[in-house]
Design a protein. Structure first.
Length: 94
């Protein structure tokens, strides 16, 4: 039985990171400078290509002048329903 594709947590986080950066009107290069990271690293995070650490999330949040939780706002449903042990989403009523 085929199942629907699960949202990618890295991609969801990257979309939120890009939205936060654009909301304050800075470039990926400026965000990288503020966070002490490489510009290409920021770009790959925003595209959902990196599995970034909690420490990096905190650095990015500080550079954006946001609490770290703000970077996970739109993906909160994903985070609460993801089962790392099964590596899939828990189905409601399953």
């Amino acid at each position: 039985m085929a199942t629907a594709a699960s949202p990618n947590p890295k991609k969801l986080f990257g979309e939120q990171l890009r939205a936060a950066r654009l909301a304050i009107g800075i470039s990926p290069k400026e965000l990288a400078h503020r966070a002490g990271l490489d510009r290409t690293y920021i770009s790959s995070c925003e595209r959902g290509k990196r599995n970034i650490s909690l420490e990096t999330i905190v650095r990015l949040a500080k550079a954006l002048n946001l609490p770290p939780s703000q970077l996970q706002t739109t993906s909160s449903n994903f985070i609460t329903s993801y089962s790392p042990r099964k590596r899939s989403y828990l189905r409601q009523g399953a």
